[in-house]
Write a protein that binds this ligand. Structure first.
Ligand code: BGC
Length: 848
């Protein structure tokens, strides 16, 4: 890679220091390489290939199973590797500290916190006997629908890069290897295994790669390649990206592992892949394992040289050596539950974003607690995190409702779910088979395969004492009639197994236990998993109903219930809310979206009838209405004008209840800023064409180019609902006296004064944006984030602050020269409280 000359002129004393550090680095790397080479000569081909793919963990007894396991070579004292997710805490079968979702960490704009967030996962990973953490995820939020947006660090490359670097250092300084994922252009869940992304090189370099580049700079041990392909080459066999960009240009010395079942050929071995995961076949994926028998045969037949196997294995061993795994005994840290709970709490507080606060509706006043109405399922059951592989079994889970009660909301505090997720078991009189009430139950793989005579069940309710046991499967069939025409929610609820609900042969709902289960993360009040769907049903018609169920394993008991929410029940619930809102001093409504791996959202609206609930409340409440959002990505808010305050808590982790209550009551002061733009509507998104998102067939084009996130809204002059970088505080901050000077590294040094102009201590996050105006020919974004700082200020305190802007900020990637080059001409630097609330500016003429 060429540099533009700016980078060559660093100060001499820095140069000497850097040179010595570089020599030390080379020496350490060389001695490592020597040890590893010696080891490689002693390994058989089978032993080497045995370390290039994963397998099932042979030692499940301790409950330490994470997501992956790579066997070692005991005769050479090479230990196995255990790999565990993930981004919001360590996921094994044992509980761990569930931190707020990474998007909340990004919203903190706090690199020191990112380090501590990483450090607590790192420590717990070691305490759970893991060696490799499958985190952080630094894929840019390109579309708000993407199911895993909550696992990422937002839509801006600079923010993501700063946060990911700090987090990786935090993880790895504890002794756990970090894995940055998913390399690259894995920006949606729909069709993630097959989609091919057409993306131009400049966009790749300026938007999607900086997070990964920062991870390499921070010394990340591993990179996980993505499922998708980029410009027609699968990510896991992409020589240009894995070997040229990652290794040669960025200097990556670690290993590349596949995402689970993401390898497509043996070729991958020479195209930059080191490790195939999970390395065994499962019936659900018809994916063969390549780096096993096929690789062995290929080497034996001479089709692949053994040196290629050595080359793939070397970085894995080098990293094992670097992290002390080839040494005798490693210290075993303990879980420091209290310290990590404190990090979880701090992250939830610092990541919270106060989106709106009309007439200082927040913080709530003491006297309002006496007649407070709290609504919403996530008030009583904290939505700790999103769904999928990042889902942690929390050490504990508090609730906002309990915390509000504990902090003063006594007898007068009322709680209603507001939206009824449980429903009620469908009564026998609406179920029938052959003209008689109830459903027919078969035991066996299917009715035709029933092992016992079918029997009639009045209702489908087998919970608690009535749980079903046995190694077989069950099928219920019959007809459903409804008492009145209208919209019904039909639900299947299970524990200890799975249940599928079909209406007229269409599968409506599937509730099961697995990590990738699409069932609700919010259990029923009696702890069952819950999945359902709404359908317009007509009175007088008969609908064919079928439920298929099985226990998780032959020894498990299955609890299962078939429920519904009728239009009358829903109406009665909303009327009750309305009546209570009329007399409450204030109403706090918790609203949620369950983001999850494996699928995107079909709509940006809150699911179910939550919008209707909030609109009912804003229309009837006597006092202020405060909406607390537990969402991991943007939602539309048709009620935004009517609500008095909106507090975005994301998925706030196991201490989320405490954090939410403390912020609502003003014991803590919000300071988070949006790491993603919230649009007014789906029509405003940067990806209007289907070929952009979700793609046509298996093809997709990132034709919006650099105009991702706020860059799009700024370019198109679209007013977002809440812009990137936005976040209010209970304090007020004043900006003044902007000074810009050159910095010794040929970047810029920007100084300004920040004053807390209020009576309470608070934290502000000044953001620095660069606009480059000089070029007639080059496509340039209207502005981009180039710096930020998180500043705590006491009431009335004033501080002079300085931010450094690196030379790269002024450059663009010129694909014709394959090089970063300085954008010619003048520029403007602005600093402010969000991308749309800019307070001070300075003209740079010319840019450095
Ligand atoms: C996910 C990865 C995860 C892996 C192991 C995959 O489905 O995409 O992010 O690390 O599973 O759980």
């Amino acid at each position: 890679m060429k540099t533009n000359g700016l980078l060559k002129n660093s100060r001499p004393q820095n140069g000497v220091l850097l040179a010595s550090l570089f020599l030390l680095f080379l020496f350490t790397m060389n001695s490592r390489a020597a040890d590893v080479d010696a080891l490689l000569t002693r390994m058989t081909l089978e032993e080497k290939i045995g370390m290039l793919h994963g397998r099932a963990d042979p030692d499940p007894a301790l409950g330490l199973n994470g997501a992956g396991y790579v066997q070692g070579v005991p005769r050479l004292n090479i230990p196995p590797l255990r790999l565990a997710d993930g981004p919001a805490g360590i996921r094994t079968r044992l509980p761990a500290t569930a931190l707020p979702a990474p998007i909340a960490l990004a919203a903190s704009f706090d690199a020191d916190l990112a380090f501590r967030y990483g450090a607590s996962i790192g420590r717990e990973g070691l305490a759970r006997h893991q060696n490799v953490l499958l985190s952080p995820m630094v894929n840019i939020v390109r579309v708000p629908q993407a199911g895993r947006n909550f696992e990422t660090l937002g839509e801006d490359p600079h923010l993501a890069a700063v946060m990911v670097g700090a987090e990786i250092k935090g993880i790895q300084e504890q002794g756990l290897m970090a894995t940055v994922k998913h390399f690259i252009a894995n920006n949606q869940e729909d069709n993630r295994f097959a989609v091919d992304t057409t993306i131009d090189e400049r966009t790749l370099r300026e938007i999607y790669l900086p997070g990964f580049e920062a991870a390499v700079k921070a010394g990340v041990a591993a990179v996980m390649c993505a499922y998708n392909s980029i410009n027609a080459t699968f990510a896991c066999e992409n020589d240009a990206l894995l070997n040229t960009v990652l290794r040669q240009e960025y200097g990556f010395k670690g290993f590349v592992m596949t995402d689970w079942w993401a390898v497509h050929s043996l070729n991958a071995l020479t195209q930059g892949l080191n490790l195939e995961m999970p390395g065994y076949e499962i019936p659900a994926y018809s994916q063969p394992v390549y780096f096993q028998e096929p690789l062995l045969q290929a080497v034996r037949s001479g089709a692949i040289a053994e040196s290629a196997v050595d080359q793939a294995l070397r970085p894995i061993l080098v990293q094992m050596e670097r992290f002390g795994l080839l040494d005798a005994a490693l210290p075993e840290p303990q879980m420091d539950e209290q310290a990590h709970a404190a990090v979880a709490l701090e992250s939830a507080i610092k990541g919270a974003v106060l989106l709106k606060n009309r007439d200082r509706a927040l913080p709530l006043r003491e006297e309002q607690l006496d007649k407070l109405l709290v609504l919403g399922p996530t008030a009583s059951h904290t939505l700790v995190g999103g769904g999928g592989s990042s889902r942690v079994l929390p050490l504990r889970r508090d609730s906002s409702l309990d915390e509000l009660r504990r902090l003063g909301g006594g007898e007068g505090l009322h709680y209603l779910p507001g939206v009824e997720l449980d429903g009620q078991a469908i009564p026998a009189r609406f179920l029938s088979w052959a003209g008689e009430s109830g459903l027919l139950r078969y035991q066996g793989r299917s009715p035709a395969d029933s092992t016992t005579a079918p029997r009639r069940d009045a209702q489908l309710v087998f919970t608690g004492e009535q749980a079903l046991s046995g190694a077989e499967a069950w099928t219920w069939t019959g007809q459903l009639q409804v008492p009145a025409s209208g919209s019904y929610e039909l639900k299947i609820q299970t524990r200890g197994g799975s249940g599928r609900l079909y209406l007229d042969d269409e599968m409506l709902a599937f509730s099961d236990e697995g990590v990738l289960s699409q069932a609700s993360l919010i259990p029923t009040r009696d702890g069952l998993r819950n999945d359902g769907a709404s359908r317009e049903l007509v009175a007088g018609r008969s609908y064919q109903l079928r439920v298929e169920a099985r226990a998780q394993n032959p020894d498990a008991k299955l609890e299962i219930r078939l429920s519904w929410l009728t239009p009358e029940q829903k109406k009665a619930g909303l009327e009750q809310v309305q009546a209570q809102a009329q007399t409450a001093s204030a109403v706090v409504v918790f609203a949620y979206v369950e983001g999850t791996e494996g699928g995107d959202r079909r709509s940006l609206a809150l699911p179910g009838y939550q919008d209707e609930l909030i609109e009912t409340v804003t229309a009837s409440a006597r006092g202020p209405v405060i909406v607390v959002l537990n969402v991991g990505a943007p939602v539309t808010m048709p009620w935004a004008d009517a609500a008095d305050a909106i507090l975005q808590m994301w998925y706030p982790g196991q201490e989320g209840g405490k954090a939410t209550a403390a912020l609502l009551l003003g014991h803590e002061n919000p300071s988070g800023k949006l790491p993603v733009t919230f649009p007014h509507s789906e029509q405003d998104l940067p990806t209007p064409a289907t070929i952009q998102y979700p793609g046509v067939g298996n093809r997709q084009q990132y034709s919006e180019g650099l105009f991702v996130g706020y860059r799009w809204y700024d370019e198109m002059h679209i007013e977002p609902l809440f812009p990137f970088g936005h976040g209010l505080s209970y304090s007020r901050f004043e900006y003044s006296d902007l000074d810009v000077e050159s910095s010794p590294d040929q970047g810029l040094r920007v100084s300004f004064t920040l004053r807390n102009d209020s009576e309470r201590a608070g934290v502000e996050t000044p953001q620095l944006y660069l606009t480059q105006t000089g070029s007639q020919t080059l496509v340039l974004v209207p502005q981009k984030l180039v710096g930020f700082v998180k500043v705590p200020l006491a009431a009335g305190e004033t501080r002079r602050l300085t931010l450094e802007v690196a030379p790269r900020a002024f450059q663009w990637w010129n694909p014709a020269h394959s090089a970063w080059e300085t954008v010619p001409g003048p520029g403007i630097l602005t600093i402010g409280a969000s991308s749309r609330e800019l307070r001070l500016s300075a003209v740079l003429d010319p840019a450095p």
